[in-house]
Write a protein that binds this ligand. Structure first.
Ligand SMILES: Cc1cc2nc3c(=O)[nH]c(=O)nc-3n(C[C@H](O)[C@H](O)[C@H](O)COP(=O)(O)OP(=O)(O)OC[C@H]3O[C@@H](n4cnc5c(N)ncnc54)[C@H](O)[C@@H]3O)c2cc1C
Length: 479
């Protein structure tokens, strides 16, 4: 019977940094990492060559495999301002370990990124006065502007950096199982015993019964947003305690670099947060990519979602960013993931399985966008496979009103933000599981079962996901 000290489900940044730190601290290296995707060097997205998403089987290479969603991410590592007395970006890790500890953890984790080749240059630290003026202007529109230092890896460099980490873990005896799905957790008397796995090529085989069981005293769930749905099933099946979570639903917005010039220059990524009239929902910009490219990623059941990234060397003339609305549901409906999936399903169907793109001006005019209109548009779409159509058919009135009001408010801060030729792509949805209830050791209500990273609702983003892994390694080493 094969037994490990620790099994980690998922190999995103949270898992990779857990393994790195555990290796460093622990003499016992008997740990196994499992991912349904491939080694980082085998992950290729065909969209680069053939211009459209072919929905890779068995899993999307953008979101699965070594370094998870990090491999093709823009690689913006969000740090912090020394003077801030709170952590404004990246989720809730600081609520478990405190603000000052989180800052120290970011410094430590950032150093690991630097050791593995991250760019030494920090974005967003030179233009303090200009940023203060922009903050004041934003405040007048009821919008908060968060500006924090960013280390930008760039998509192609992120890939290289994570390859070095993969080699390092390999060379130091960390066992990794790729193209393997963790189907189920083995729980007995409220204690974790291990996991049940099957080869990824059988993902759609519902008759499959030849599961392998692997045992461990400790199992770490690090499944990212990709595994949020699986985690919901696990929580229901094994009575893992959760509290209602959120789903962030919105669009990817693409506009000329020229319009975003000041924001890009002063901050690289400005995080604008508003509560527009009349619903007062939280609306925020996220993942801003100067001179970037809009991208597509595929989740379970062929669900196509939009995202964006930018390279260090290859440049477009557009900036893209997400505009997301946080959706909380309480009673009688408390299934944020189902709600988000339904929005995605409707919009995917309207686009014949593709991402839909629409001009802002067409939304104001109450009409869809046509392909020939995009050909003449001043803002050219960088996601060539997107299909012109009407996003407003699928995104609900409340969400759409939030987004449009926010864009109009932003126009008073950044002139040209509401230009009619700017493009909206949908759906962009950030799924998190219902938030898993964790104690201060990141342990769930099942003994020996831990959770880190984005999937359990603890973090949002590369840096914090990585930090959560480092912290858990330290916690387990102390036990
Ligand atoms: C295109 C794109 C751009 C991004 N840009 C940025 C950015 O610039 N800055 C930033 O901070 N963040 C960015 N992000 C988000 C960032 O990548 C994530 O926050 C981060 O990767 C989360 O890490 P994680 O370890 O929690 O999970 P993930 O990276 O999502 O990894 C989870 C892994 O678990 C695996 N898995 C899930 N379920 C199972 C199962 N049942 N069995 C086996 N394996 C399983 C998945 O295959 C996946 O590899 C971007 C994301 C994308 C997709």
């Amino acid at each position: 019977m094969k037994k490990y000290d620790v099994i980690v489900v998922g190999m995103g940044p949270s898992s990779v940094f857990f393994a790195y730190e555990y290796l460093k601290l622990s003499k016992k290296k008997n740990i196994l990492l499992i991912d349904q995707g491939k080694q980082v060097e085998k992950r290729n997205c065909p969209i680069e060559q053939i211009g459209k998403c072919v929905k890779c089987k068995p899993f999307c290479n953008i979101t699965s495999g070594f370094s998870g969603a990090g491999a093709f991410s823009d690689g913006k590592l969000s740090l912090y301002n020394e003077e801030d007395d709170d952590i404004y970006v990246g989720g809730n890790l600081h609520k478990y370990i405190g603000v000052e500890n989180t800052k120290r953890l970011i410094d430590y984790t950032d150093k690991i990124y630097l050791d593995f080749g991250a760019d030494k240059k920090l974005e967003g630290i030179e233009y303090k006065d200009e940023v203060s003026k922009m903050k004041a202007k934003a405040k007048k529109q009821g919008i908060d502007l968060i500006s924090i230092p960013i280390r930008h890896l760039g998509t192609e460099k992120a890939h290289e950096l994570y390859k070095k980490l993969e080699d390092y873990l390999n060379q130091n005896g960390i066992e990794m199982k790729f193209e393997t799905i963790v189907q189920d957790l083995i729980v007995e008397n409220n204690k974790i015993k291990g996991v049940k796995i099957k080869p990824a090529r059988f993902v759609e085989d519902e008759e499959f019964s030849d599961f392998e069981e692997i045992y461990a005293d400790k199992v770490v769930i690090a499944v990212g947003r990709k595994g949020a749905n699986w985690l919901v099933d696990m929580c229901e099946k094994h009575n893992i305690e959760t509290r209602p979570g959120v789903v962030d639903i919105g669009i990817r917005y693409e506009l000329p670099d020229k319009v975003m010039e000041k924001v890009n220059t002063y901050m690289y990524e400005g995080k604008f947060i508003g509560r527009p009239h009349p619903f007062k929902d939280k609306v925020r910009t996220f993942c801003q990519n100067p001179s970037g490219f809009v991208s597509e990623e595929v989740y379970d059941g062929n669900m196509a979602l939009v995202n964006g990234h930018s390279y260090k060397d290859k440049k477009s003339t557009n900036t893209n960013l997400a505009i997301l609305v946080s959706h909380h549901f309480t009673y009688p409906f408390d299934k944020p993931i189902d709600y988000g999936r339904n929005v995605a399903k409707n919009l995917n169907e309207l686009g014949a399985g593709n991402i839909v793109v629409q001009r802002l001006g067409d939304i104001f005019r109450g009409k869809r966008t046509w392909d020939y209109e995009l050909d003449e548009n001043t803002v050219r779409p960088t996601l060539k496979s997107a299909v012109a159509g009407d996003i407003t058919f699928a995104i609900g009135y409340r969400t759409m009103t939030d987004i449009i009001s926010f864009i109009c408010d932003m126009d008073k801060i950044v002139e040209g933000f509401a230009n009619p030729d700017n493009l909206l792509y949908g759906p962009e949805i950030k799924f998190y599981s219902n938030e898993v209830v964790l104690d201060n050791n990141f342990e769930t209500s099942i003994n020996g079962l831990y959770a880190i990273g984005d999937g359990c609702g603890m973090t949002r983003g590369l840096m914090m996901a990585s930090c959560s892994g480092v912290e858990l390694a330290r916690i387990l080493e102390k036990e």
